[in-house]
Design a protein around this ligand. Structure first.
Ligand code: ZN
Ligand code: MN
Length: 488
């Protein structure tokens, strides 16, 4: 761990100080219905349409546990290497206008998942304290003013989100740089997507990250007063927020002051954190076991069934694609492909006989599209083989991929319909000569100009050749021919 810290240190922070971050990540579980009632768990519906007496907290209503939510929680727990405990629910008492029961059903003494860790691509390991199940609150929208409660004319409450199942993942304070914080969120998100536990969309609020930030003198292991930053809506804001907050603490400690333990909000526009409420202590919540919900105990067989259904996780998927590409792929590219769920596409196209490097280039650059999945590994391999054998040009290969995604056409059909057979070398040579003949001014500039002129004229002349061949010539061949001609 020590080594990783110094490598990842952010330049924005003073080298005499170390930032220490722990994260609390709330993630909405991917269920059809809410945690304790049958209302739909769906984002974006008309406000207050997915509600019933249970999630509105009406007197006399009783919660019933959604077993699928609990199974998803255990699935995540197993994926993170946690210990699985019985599901025991507790009431966390506090008042908020978007929480009609005046308590939140959560877990207290023992979370369903304890321990576990997330291994980051750089090899560092972030240990977890717990990952517990709880219900979400409703959503308050403040109208007028800046959109915050302060200065608002009035507030509207939407209860569609009240009772949506959440899992809250709590790390130990083991993140020491902004880039490590970013990597953690990205890796956790990849695990959530791979296991199908959540769609983990930060912009829609189905994944929300709070950061506990403190600082300490470098090479010291004490933990100083921390502040919890809420209201962070993107990975970029998260890393800006933690660095801002750490620098604020450093300034305070360096001038004889100290930060107060409190909740702070990240103000995206001003790029700073602002003081919220002073932090409550757990005893303020008066937790007690929810008398309406009996504990749930899982047998070894239940857990074995969860394990059997676990898909390959991102770490293993990265290792697999790196092995399949025989060292021709970087760790970053492997991570990107796994994130985009395109690792199997690459692996299978390569095993169908296509060139590794070209497959990676085409997928990374030309299949960064939403509907790429219509491109099967076999068809991708077909296109890449056409390209590497010189039958079609790089430009044509890209165009074929676009048509495949848009219309589901097979590569041979695109080649036939568009007349995409590459022009023969002899034909290109004579077309190049012809173009040079017709554009003598540009050609002279190409031959005698400086590097900038040469580059400009090269793309002009290549463009002319492309026009003459209706895009059938290979760009690289054309610029090679131009270069050879200039030498003569
Ligand atoms: Zn309901
Ligand atoms: Mn929580």
């Amino acid at each position: 761990m020590k080594a990783a810290r110094s490598v990842l240190r952010e330049p924005a922070l003073s080298s005499d100080w170390e930032m220490v971050v722990g994260l609390e990540v709330h993630v909405e579980l991917n269920t059809k219905s809410k945690l304790f009632c049958g209302c739909a768990n769906r984002f974006g519906d008309e406000p207050n349409t997915n509600v019933c007496p249970v999630c509105l907290g009406l007197p006399g209503s009783l919660p019933v546990v959604n077993l699928r939510a609990v199974r998803l929680a255990i699935r995540l727990g197993r994926a993170l290497g946690c210990k699985i405990n019985p599901a025991v629910f507790a009431r966390k008492n506090y008042f908020y206008p978007d929480m009609p029961k005046n308590y939140q059903i959560s877990q207290y003494r023992q979370a369903i998942n304890t321990g576990g860790a997330v291994k980051l691509p750089d090899g560092s390991v972030v240990e977890l304290e717990r990952a517990h199940i709880e219900e979400d609150t409703g959503k308050t929208i403040h109208i007028g003013g800046s959109g915050r409660i302060k200065g608002a004319a009035y507030s509207l409450v939407d209860h569609n989100r009240a009772g949506v199942p959440l899992i809250e993942i709590v790390t130990l304070p083991q993140l020491y740089t902004a880039s490590q914080v970013r990597a953690f969120v990205r890796e956790l998100r990849a695990i959530l997507l791979a296991t199908g536990v959540s769609d983990a969309r930060m912009q829609e609020g189905s994944m929300r990250v709070d950061a506990n930030v403190s600082v300490r003198p470098a090479d010291n292991s004490e933990l100083r007063t921390r502040c919890e930053i809420k209201n962070i809506s993107s990975v970029r804001s998260l890393s800006r927020a933690v660095v801002y907050e750490a620098n604020r603490h450093i300034d305070l400690w360096s001038t004889g002051g100290s930060p107060d333990q409190e909740t702070r909000h990240w103000d995206e526009e001003r790029g700073c954190t602002i003081s919220g409420r002073s932090k409550e202590h757990t005893e303020d919540y008066r937790y007690f076991p929810d008398p309406d919900l009996a504990p749930f105990i899982f047998s070894k067989d239940d857990i074995a069934a969860v394990d059997a259904a676990l898909p390959l996780l991102p770490t293993a998927r990265r290792e697999k694609i790196i092995a399949a590409c025989g060292g021709m792929i970087t760790l970053e590219t492997a991570a990107l492909l796994v994130e985009r769920d395109q690792d199997e596409l690459v692996i299978n196209a390569v095993s169908a006989g296509a060139d590794v490097k070209r497959v990676i280039t085409r997928v990374v650059n030309d299949l960064a599209l939403d509907d790429w999945a219509v491109v099967t590994p076999e068809r991708l391999a077909e296109v890449v083989v056409m390209e590497t054998s010189g039958r079609i040009s790089a430009t044509q290969a890209k165009k074929i991929l676009v048509e495949m995604v848009e219309h589901g056409t097979d590569p041979e059909a695109v080649v036939a319909a568009r007349g995409f057979e590459n022009v023969s070398r002899g034909e290109i040579v004579s077309i190049v000569e012809d173009i040079i003949e017709k554009h003598q001014d540009e050609w002279q500039l190409y031959c005698r100009g400086d590097a900038t002129d040469r580059k400009k004229m090269s793309s002009f002349l290549t463009g002319q050749v492309m026009r003459a061949t209706k895009g059938r010539a290979d760009g690289a061949t054309v610029s090679r021919l131009l270069h050879q001609h200039a030498q003569n």
